[in-house]
Every structure is written in C-alpha cells, then in structure tokens.
Design a protein. Structure first.
Length: 242
C-alpha cells in the first residue's frame, strides 16, 4: 500500500491538521468536574449524607451516626407525622442561612459545601421527628403523660428518657407543673412541629413551652421549604432507622 505525501508529512489525507493529544492535567480536571457535578446532583436531588452531631434523637439515631436522607418522597406528598426529617437553617431556626462569611477562603469552602454537600456549608442541618403537621393541635399531657395530637394520645415507643411525670404528683396540674407539660399549640399552615426522641435532651419546637400550661407564642416551627429530606437509612453504622 502506498502512503501519500500528506500522510508522510504528518497530515491526514483529509487535509486537516493532526489532532494533538489532550494534556493529562486537563483530562484529570475534566473528570473531576464531572464527578463533582454528579455528586452535587445526587446530594441535592436524590440522596444526601448527614452526620448526626447531637444526642437529641437517641436511641433512634446515635451521636456520630451517618444517615441518608432524600427529598424524593416529598415530590409526591408532603412530610407526614412521625417521619424523621433533615432541615436546614442558619445559626438559629429563624435564619435561612448563616451570616455572610468574612474570610474569603472559608466563604469559598462553604459555597463548595452548598453545591456538593461535601464539608461545611452556609447552612446548619438538624434532624428531628415530625409530631405536628399544618393544622394540628399539639399539647401535653394526658393523665398518662402522653403527647396529644388533635386530642388523641400519641403512641411513641421511640421516646428515650422522657422528662419526669407522675400522675397525681408531678403532672400538669401540680405546682410547679412537670417540665413535660405544655399548653395546646396550633401548627401554622406551611410549617411543622418537630421534637427529638430523647425528650429530656432536645432543643426542639416545644423547648420554650415546657413547664407551662398557659398558651403563649413559645413554639418554634420548621417551614416546609427548609425540609431537605426524609431520613430513610443509616449509612454508618449501616442499617435501617429504628
């Protein structure tokens, strides 16, 4: 077979110049960008990994457990009573995110965390159990010390180390009242009332209401738009939530 003069000169027979190989660093960078894009999409739309940093959900979730959450269940239906959810906020529940970072490096790291779900971000994520959905009336307690939802006692086998309550002794009629007690709270539209399973160690929706049987604006709620997903499994140690 005869080789043309163009091919001998290093030029393809088509007349186009030979394509130079892509530098290795550019290949690596491109693959890294694609990988981060996939991780970002998975974290934001499919499944997100969170580290449990407090003991407010013991023994359902332990400190330093890594849990998996997903927003996919809420594409078809809103969050339901009894579900364990992750929600994002700033330094307090009232803030959508942290104040602006003054350190440029930390600001970049937090933005990276916002996008990819890796490392620190501009939001703090908290895990709690939904006790009241929009329109519910939540109060505590009945004669057995149980939480009431719309007048009906709630069966809560998951509760760990509840606050002291003794019928006829330290209860909602005693003076002082049991710290387990709080007056009826109506959950506003578009918000949720959440509590921790470790009731005596949970800064939750009713933490500011405990010990009082007088109605007041003491509760704090989680806006629906701040719920980022339903906890469905533990990544480490691996296993179901329970």
């Amino acid at each position: 077979m005869r080789v043309s003069d163009q091919e001998q000169a290093g030029t393809p027979a088509s007349g186009l110049p030979a394509r130079k190989p892509t530098p290795l660093w550019l290949v690596v960078l491109g693959n890294l960008v694609v990988a981060l894009a996939i991780v970002s999409l998975l974290q934001n739309f499919v499944v997100r990994v969170h580290n449990v940093s407090s003991g407010s959900m013991q023994t359902t979730l332990g400190v330093r457990d890594r849990v998996l959450s997903s927003n996919l269940p809420y594409l078809a239906a809103p969050p339901q009573r009894g579900e364990i959810v992750i929600f994002g906020h700033g330094t307090t529940w009232d803030d959508p995110q942290r104040p602006p970072e003054t350190d440029p490096f930390l600001a970049a790291v937090r933005i990276f965390g916002d996008v990819t779900g890796i490392g620190i971000s501009n939001r703090t994520y908290t895990v709690k159990r939904i006790i009241g959905v929009p329109g519910d009336t939540i109060e505590c307690c009945d004669a057995q010390g149980r939480v009431l939802v719309n007048g009906e006692p709630l069966d809560e086998p998951y509760v760990y180390r509840d606050l002291p309550f003794t019928a006829g002794g330290l209860d909602c009629a005693s003076n002082p009242a049991s710290a387990r007690c709080f007056a009826p709270i109506v959950v506003p539209e578009g918000k949720y009332l959440v509590m921790g399973d470790h009731r005596s160690n949970s800064a939750d929706s009713v933490a500011g209401c405990r010990g009082s049987t007088q109605a007041s604006e003491c509760a704090r709620f989680v806006p629906a738009e701040r719920i980022t997903g339903k906890v469905f499994a533990k990544a480490w140690p691996p296993g179901p939530v329970g």
